[in-house]
Design a protein around this ligand. Structure first.
Ligand code: SAH
Ligand code: SF4
Ligand code: F3S
Length: 447
């Protein structure tokens, strides 16, 4: 049993996606409420929490490496915990590999953090809680958010889609929608605190409300309610093409707050691979929806995630992925090489595409995206775009995003941080557009 001094400080490191970032903010809120102070180096922390990701092998290896080093260093009196998706994927087996860990807390048990800490502090016993299903509502309201301009708001947890390559349904459990009144109240509270933007989070936000039919509130209904709170901008992440409805497209067109950017992840550009991935749409269905969205919301920006090198993907099938990605012309693309994950159905397929071929395919898509993004940004030169300023870059310029989630930098006063302004685009560098602030009465008043 370890000797324990009363912990006074904590350190949290977050890996993975926005859901993990929000979960960390909630845990930080809970720890601060317990009277602990946050520190930013492991050396200073009495409690160390690693909020982990399992999505690809590399994500897990990074954390395992980090945790291994901790075991070899002098951390006798520190409390070390693993939370997040790797905690769910590996559960108690982590204690065998990393005996210096004190607790493992699953993604559905964030609300048990205080109880787990008490247990560890008082008994010195290794403790693991990893429930399959998310049951209790979390105290989102005391989350300690990183930004005071843009906030993540959880609307649904879990995923019921079971794409064959993906660990998320196993690490996050079944879909559970959060009561809509709690969401609307949270957004109202954020507006009162001066927040300008919220990003609604879930693995598949478009499924919102389907698990709670009696509420009679689906995703587009929720967006309507949120639009009335006075928040300037609403975004959502992520969506599954199957659940992107005409109602949602009309909401993007009609709701003042809802930004004209839709993450529309294609994943692969051939029907055979899509079937093998269990993506439950065909390319024809996918393109039909993309065309409908582009018609309903002219100028909408689309984002995608793509996986190359899925088992048995042939050169021809990859070429289809390439040309179909080109056809859509995404403004944002997250590109990945396939990584086999334990416990997923795709593990029964041989990972038969060499790393070298996977890399080549990835580079081809990356070059395509770079070219198309550059063409899109060239087309925006001379346009005046609304930007929400979020801070300054390392060179002291204001930085922010357009409604379509494009990055913009320009010179301007400190008072504009947290405000909306108009920027005339003059050039771009990589994926960032560079412009000049357009003077307006509101801006002059703030300057
Ligand atoms: N719910 C989101 C995805 C979350 S995971 C959605 O469906 O869009 C983010 C992305 O990681 C996925 O879209 C997929 O492109 C990628 N990904 C997931 N599992 C993967 C794996 N085993 N190998 C490579 N990429 C993977
Ligand atoms: Fe994973 Fe598919 Fe669910 Fe997205 S929709 S989280 S890729 S299982
Ligand atoms: Fe990673 Fe879990 Fe998010 S696996 S990407 S942290 S849902």
């Amino acid at each position: 049993m370890k000797e324990r001094k009363d912990p006074k400080t904590f350190f949290v490191r977050t890996y993975g996606c926005q859901m993990n970032e929000l979960d960390s903010e909630i845990m930080i809120g809970e720890l601060v409420r317990r009277g602990l102070s946050r520190v930013y180096t492991e050396e200073e922390g009495d409690i160390l929490i690693y909020n982990t990701c399992s999505i690809r092998d590399l994500a897990e290896r990074k954390v395992m490496g980090k945790l291994g080093i901790l075991g070899r260093s002098k951390t006798r009196d520190k409390i070390i915990g693993v939370t997040g998706c790797m905690a769910m994927a590996k559960k108690e087996s982590l204690f065998k590999k990393l005996p210096h860990l004190d607790f493992i807390l699953g993604t559905n048990n964030i609300s048990n953090l205080g109880a787990v800490l008490d247990e560890v502090i008082h008994t010195g016993k290794q403790t693991a809680i990893t429930d399959k299903k998310f049951e209790e509502d979390l105290d989102y309201l005391s989350a300690k958010r990183e930004s005071n301009i843009s906030a993540h708001v959880s609307i649904i947890r879990g995923c019921d889609k079971y794409c064959t390559y993906c660990v998320v349904p196993y690490t996050r459990g079944r879909e559970v929608s959060r009561p809509y009144q709690a969401i609307v109240d949270e957004v109202k509270g954020l507006v009162d605190q001066g927040y300008k933007e919220v990003t609604l989070l879930g693995q598949n936000v478009n499924s919102y409300g389907k698990d709670q039919k009696e509420w009679g509130v689906l995703f587009h209904d929720l967006l309507e309610k949120i639009d009335t709170t006075g928040i300037e901008r609403v975004r959502f992440l992520t969506s599954h093409p199957v659940d992107i409805t005409k109602n949602l497209m009309e909401a993007v067109r009609d709701l003042r707050s809802l930004c004209e950017f839709v993450h529309f992840p294609m994943q692969a550009g051939s029907n055979r691979i899509l079937r093998k991935m269990h993506r439950i749409y065909t390319l024809e269905e996918y393109f039909e929806k993309v065309a409908m969205l582009k018609e309903i919301v002219p100028g909408v920006a689309l984002g995608t995630d793509m996986i190359v090198g899925f088992p048995t993907e042939s050169d021809e099938e990859f070429e289809q992925t390439y040309s179909n990605m080109e056809k859509v012309n995404y403004s944002t693309a997250f590109l990945y090489t396939y990584s086999p994950r334990k416990g997923t159905p795709a593990m029964r397929f041989k990972d038969d595409i060499s790393e070298e071929v996977k890399k080549q395919r990835l580079n081809r898509l990356a070059d395509l995206h770079k070219r198309q993004a550059a063409e899109q940004m060239t087309g925006l030169i001379g346009n005046k775009l609304e930007v929400l300023f979020e801070g300054r870059n390392s060179r002291g310029q204001l930085k922010g995003r357009t409604r379509c989630w494009r990055k913009v930098i320009c010179d301007g006063p400190e008072s504009l941080i947290g405000e909306l302004g108009e920027v005339e685009i003059v050039s771009f560098h990589h994926e960032t557009m560079i412009g000049n602030l357009v003077p307006s009465e509101a801006i002059l008043a703030l300057s």
